[in-house]
Write a new protein. Structure first.
Length: 232
């Protein structure tokens, strides 16, 4: 099994290349002693790649902003390309490689599904191809609210949880509790969810403990700029 380790603002993934057999949840859990998740390459063409995104607990994610950006940069590096496409389930993400180890990805549709009160917590439900619950408050509260909400019965398939503080128009600080993983240093779809819940449209910079992600929202679609860097 050939693999390489990458990170996106400290959120680490192992990129596992195609082998004779597909990964199993048990194998993923063992691999994730070294990473937050796994990007399993199902197939790779000249300028496109199909991947499965695995969480550390052996479950799969419908979508991952950081994982797809890492997959895009992995393929672009191998092929010497500036533009590639990444397929994750039903979504196809276009990516453009930028200078300085960054990439812009067209994440796709984002849907703000409204405000709710869950377990006494006011939150905004957002879909970025995967589920998110965004709370406006003190980002440090994610340590308490993440475990409370990620497996709450309101979210039968689980949810990612972000707690965000609006610092200024277009500027947000957030922390994220990822479903099936726990707290991570950054989340690509989490940045999109936070931007959509707090601003609706326009350009928003989201500061995570690992660094900055830049989101552009227009006509219900999201574009994301951030780094993806090989570690070994």
């Amino acid at each position: 099994m050939r693999s390489s380790k990458w990170h996106a603002l400290g959120n680490s993934y192992l990129v596992v290349e195609p082998g004779d057999e597909r990964l199993t949840p048990q194998a993923v859990r063992a691999l994730c002693e070294r990473a937050d998740g796994v990007v399993e390459v199902v197939s790779a063409g000249e300028d496109d790649v199909e991947v499965t995104i695995w969480n550390a607990d052996g479950s799969t994610a419908e979508m991952s902003g950081n994982g797809t950006r890492i997959a895009a940069c992995w393929l672009a590096q191998r092929r010497g390309l500036e533009r590639v496409r990444v397929r994750v389930g039903p979504r196809e993400v276009g990516a453009r490689i930028l200078a300085g180890g960054e990439a812009e990805t067209e994440v796709g549709d984002v849907e703000v599904r409204g405000r709710e009160s869950v377990a006494g917590v006011e939150l905004v439900v957002v879909s970025v191809g995967n589920p998110h619950a965004v709370i406006v408050g003190d980002p440090s509260d994610v340590v308490e609210l993440g475990p409370l909400l990620t497996a709450h019965p309101r979210f039968p398939s689980g949810t990612n949880v972000e707690v965000a503080r609006i610092d200024a128009p277009g500027q947000v600080t957030a922390r994220v509790w990822e479903r099936g993983v726990g707290e991570t240093t950054a989340s690509g779809t989490g940045a999109v969810a936070v931007a959509a819940a707090t601003h609706g449209e326009g350009e928003v910079t989201v500061r995570f403990p690992g660094g900055l992600l830049h989101v552009r929202l227009a006509d219900g679609r999201a574009f994301l700029v951030g780094p993806a860097v090989p570690m070994e």
